[in-house]
Design a protein around this ligand. Structure first.
Ligand code: ATP
Ligand code: MG
Length: 573
């Protein structure tokens, strides 16, 4: 590519919505342009990198037996009604009607469409397994689109779906995709971790996220400092068990007056009792039903864990009216003893093993002290319902958990028969009976991965592309465009490097050397071949490695071989 005719313009200023460095750099390097909030134009440099990433994905999937398809962005509502997701998916799903008044949506994901496509072809167990994927634009009307391609409304995703005869085969497909994702992100030169994850709106009962570790990441990952355990905070565990209490320590429960003291910290200060002695009682509405969750006063409720435990798609704190109906008191005085209305109570392990606790009395301005489970109320459903923090013990070994920020670039889900049962995607087994296909689904945010690579690889001057994702592997920079020998040597290398199989940009613009240096550093070409009149006279070129800043003088007739070797070692490790 001749940069003189490349459709791009580097920029000094950044728009105010570009809050993180990778977004700023993509904008400044002339790679993306915002059209509307969360909706972007991809300019040639960005698209070149995206295509390279897509091809890495294709190679790793194709060699594992996956097949590429292309499904529509526009999806009929009927399929979403069949799966049950039309009603609950919420405002992220962009819905519209055609001229006849029929309901449609723009696909945020394709479980419904692929299940419908497969059921129309599936007859016998002999046809399976199938693993179908596509690289395609998705639309999600995100509440807060931000960070450029990281959280767009329209974005490119690789989504894949596996169909198997039984759970065992489906788990093998899951493992194969887990392995493929590791290979893909490694080839991209990313530092990442596969972490145990919650399944959220997609559903299913096993999932891993691939998290690129970066300060600006929106996710929090807890990883053990001595074994391979790592999990999203939504799912992270610690070593838990029910602790027993010595019942001889139990005092008689008593009501105390706590006027206007609602928050645990305030009541604790008022009663001069440590917060660890408190039972925090929170009321949620989960899947339409109220539920009370009890955690120790100093701990936070983990809503994702409640959602997963109850197998519901939605959870939110109950409003004041609901709280009053259940407790008979205003919000702030709830507790598990003497509820006005019986509701399900989930208790976290953290409240076990402590005698004489304090909780709300279900009465305005009152709390109960000396509350003991087993005596004053029953612990019917005990489990892990809290947010785990850094420093806690790993659930797999005795190591400590540490916090990292992460960018979720991909996620794999074991779905089971959630969609195939609801949508009747079945096959006849070898025993002549009908079975639902067992499914998995697998997503990679293509744009997000590309931008995550920049988030992890940049310096004060610009992007430092990992070789595998660079829009061009090498830039040739003739410095004095008014000197024939310089221009000719530039042309010669442009030709020879391309003939050697490299992806080459020639900066043939009539610009000052400093301008070209700045642009090349900003765009982040891994190798710069710098051609100045004096060095050419001496029979050498200056080759700069963007990653290290190293500048090496190389004899003119050895440049091509040198660059090619460097490229190969970078790609093949
Ligand atoms: P998030 O939690 O970040 O909203 P998600 O878990 O809802 O993402 P998935 O349904 O798992 O997303 O989608 C698969 C992949 O698509 C994600 O791992 C992510 O890389 C990418 N992705 C999801 N939402 C967006 C978005 N709004 N913009 C860009 N990429 C996205
Ligand atoms: Mg996800």
């Amino acid at each position: 590519m001749r940069i003189s005719s490349l459709f791009f313009q580097t920029k000094k200023e950044v728009p105010k919505e570009a809050q993180i460095i990778s977004h700023q750099l993509m904008f400044r390097a002339g790679m993306i342009q915002q059209l509307a909030s969360g909706v972007y134009n991809y300019l040639p440099l960005a698209l070149k990198s995206l295509r390279k990433l897509e091809n890495i994905i294709r190679e790793e999937l194709d060699k594992r037996g996956c097949q590429e398809v292309l499904m529509p962005v526009v999806q009929p509502a009927e399929l979403w009604k069949e799966s049950g997701r039309w009603d609950y998916y919420g405002p992220e799903l962009l819905r519209f009607q055609d001229r006849k008044g029929a309901d449609f949506c723009l696909g945020p994901t394709h479980e419904e469409v692929v299940t419908d496509m497969v059921r129309k072809n599936l007859k016998s167990y002999r046809q399976l397994p199938w693993n179908l994927y596509q690289v395609q634009g998705k639309f999600r009307d995100e509440v807060r689109p931000r960070f450029g391609l990281m959280r767009g409304r329209e974005f490119i995703m690789k989504d894949g779906y596996s169909f198997d005869v039984d759970e065992k085969a489906a788990k093998q497909s899951y493992d194969l995709m887990y392995e493929a994702y590791n290979a893909i992100f490694s080839r991209c030169g990313l530092s990442f971790r596969a972490v145990d994850a919650a399944t959220g709106a997609i559903g299913g009962d096993m999932s891993h996220e691939f998290q690129v570790l970066a300060e600006s990441g929106e996710d929090l990952v807890l990883a053990c400092d001595s074994c391979d355990y790592a999990a999203n905070e939504e799912k992270a565990r610690t070593q838990t068990k029910e602790l027993r209490c010595d019942a001889t320590l139990y005092n008689e429960m008593e009501e105390v007056s706590t006027p206007d003291q609602k928050a645990v910290e305030d009541v604790a200060a008022f009663l001069k009792t440590p917060v660890e002695q408190f039972i925090k009682s929170m009321i949620f509405v989960a899947g339409g039903e109220p539920v009370m969750v009890l955690v120790r006063g100093d701990r936070e409720v983990n809503e994702s864990k409640i959602q997963a435990y109850l197998s519901v798609d939605e959870i939110a704190l109950a409003d004041d009216k609901t709280v009053e109906e259940i407790t008979g008191a205003p919000t702030g005085f709830a507790g598990p003893v003497n509820l006005k209305k019986e509701i399900r109570i989930l208790a976290d392990w953290s409240i076990t093993g402590i005698a004489n606790m304090v909780c709300g009395a279900n009465k305005n301005d009152a709390h109960l002290v000396n509350v003991n489970s087993g005596k004053d109320f029953e612990l019917k459903e005990l489990g892990d319902f809290i947010v785990i923090e850094a420093g806690e013990i790993c659930p797999q070994c005795d190591g400590k958990l540490q916090e990292h920020r992460g960018i979720e670039v991909g996620q794999v889900f074991y779905l089971g028969t959630k969609y195939s049962e609801r949508m009747n995607c079945t096959f006849i087994g070898d025993d002549g009976k009908s079975y639902p296909a067992v499914m998995g689904c697998y997503g990679i945010g293509v744009g997000r991965t590309l931008q995550a690579a920049i988030e992890q690889n940049h310096d004060d001057y610009g992007i430092i592309w990992p070789m595998a994702l660079a829009p061009f592997e090498v830039v040739v920079m003739p410095l004095q465009m008014n000197k024939e020998v310089v221009v000719e040597t530039g042309e010669k290398f442009y030709k020879e490097l391309r003939e050697a199989g490299l992806e080459v940009a020639l900066d043939d613009r009539n610009e000052r050397a400093g301008f070209k240096f700045n642009d090349s550093d900003l765009v982040g070409y891994p190798v710069q071949v710098i051609l100045g009149a004096r060095s050419i006279e001496n029979g050498v070129a200056e080759v700069k490695i963007r990653k290290t800043g190293e500048k090496i003088e190389i004899k003119l007739d050895e440049v091509v071989e040198w660059v090619k070797n460097y490229r190969d070692t970078q790609i093949n490790g």
